[in-house]
Design a protein. Sequence first.
Length: 255
Amino acid sequence: MARLHPDKTTILFFDLEAYVPESLRSRPRIPSLAANPHLPGVYLLGGAFCCCNPFQIKSPETLGHWIWEYASERELLTAIYSLFQTAWETLKGKEKHEADLILAGVGIGTFDIPFLYSRALIHEIAPPENLYETFCCCRVLDLASAGIGYLMDLHPIPHPVTHTDLLKRFIGNERKAGGGVVWDMADSGNTGAIEERTILEVEQIIAIYQAMIALNGSASEKSGVLAMRESLRYTALLWEWTGPHTTSWDWSASR
């Protein structure tokens, strides 16, 4: 069993967005996930990341890395790989029984981690063994699975829950838009909307994580979660009222 030391534990909350060309969005398939990293025209748009100590989450900073900020997808992947390596470096010198880097998100075990690893392999940004240890040897906290016990009434048998299910259970009535919305934003060059949406999702993930802890935590923890909920509601309303920032970008130069 891993030992979770308050001063030697690191968690990386994150959410990725991928682009799927229109010709592949309605292709016949059994899996519901359309973003296959090994199909032509599918690539990483970027993502939002928040690295912190899970015992000291107060005002976490969420940062984005996006393909329109780099010359190519390869450079974007290299930057994200460096981010993961930096997160691992915070644990340098840890004992074998102490916790590895924790990755947290919704559906990250199904989509985000496999997609990131596959695209990094395709672009050969580092030796395969290094990519595997950096991306695949983390402790994965997929809230889609962690939330099953809180939402047993949704399914007749245990089954991963959705981001929207978790929001309704822990935050309020907020809903997560589907991945297809991001593709439409990408097609229209609305990069600002993609950034804002993804950062909001990571903030929601952190709030859900804290709410799970607060169910059996102290009053101070619960008050902190309530404050985060109000902040998320305000951000969502502000986004709805003012509309996302729109930026044009040449998608043909991304791959």
